[in-house]
Design a protein around this ligand. Sequence first.
Ligand code: SAM
Length: 296
Amino acid sequence: MENKDIATPSRTRELLNKYGFNFKKSLGQNFLVDVNIIQKIIDASEIDATTGVIEIGPGMGSLTEQLAKRAQRVMAFEIDQRLIPILNDSLSAYSNVNIINEDILKADIAHYIQEYLSHCERIMVVANLPYYITTPILLNLMQRSLPVDGYVVMMQKEVGERLNAQVGTKAYGSLSIVAQYYTETSKVLTVPTTVFMPPPNVESIVVKLMQRPHPEVAVDDEETFFKVTRGAFTQRRKTIYNNYQSLFVDGKKHKKVIAAWLEAANIDFSRRGETLSINEFEQLYSELKNFPELEI
Ligand code: SAM
């Protein structure tokens, strides 16, 4: 029997020709044309008939189609209006898919979860992300306290490595800490450029992030906590003592106070941000209230 999967070069080409579609690089349009990779992504997400899926950027529906076969319902946000009639055509056989023509960074996701996924037992975000906005998308989703159980997402390899980095490694930074704060991360697989049409210029990786029941450390003001973590990495080669002089208002004038704050938190002032664990950042954060001179 003829292979009808959208995620094949022949079917993708057929749809491109039928609709005269041309890829927009500026929207990160690299479509998957390999069903095996898609199956691995879906297996890692442990999707079953009780799972609701949020997909970001369905493209022509290659991943969406396979998700629809396994999940209870799939809602997919696609910014490119030209893809909507194509998706309505390519996915016409699936009644459990909702396509939403909106920018994922602006959409009221909580409202759509309520509307389409409220009957699902668990909710997973599964996507081949538009790489140019991977970080804003993930931060935006994680920081909104949505009822999401986890994420299995494909992205540029370097970003995936940062999300999944251990303390003390080159890739470790403020993004690793945000990910660790909200989720437990693991690498699923690396993906060759050959499974995309057109092939991207960068290597890809699939990362799994499972939401923790409670954040890894207890902080009452997340915004300040993340300013403290980001502030340690402003210039990676510099010590935290130097970097923190740029974080605080009149930081250079408050060198002594900064040194006293670091000492109170038991953090040697000559250390670099990449050596600090999330628990050490939490110590810095909780000591901050004893140093009112240090204003962010
Ligand atoms: N899922 C498809 C696949 O794997 O073949 C397409 C993935 S492609 C890497 C990324 C998709 O995200 C494109 O379809 C693009 O138009 C869409 N996109 C880009 N920016 C977006 C945004 N801000 N909100 C929603 N979708 C977006």
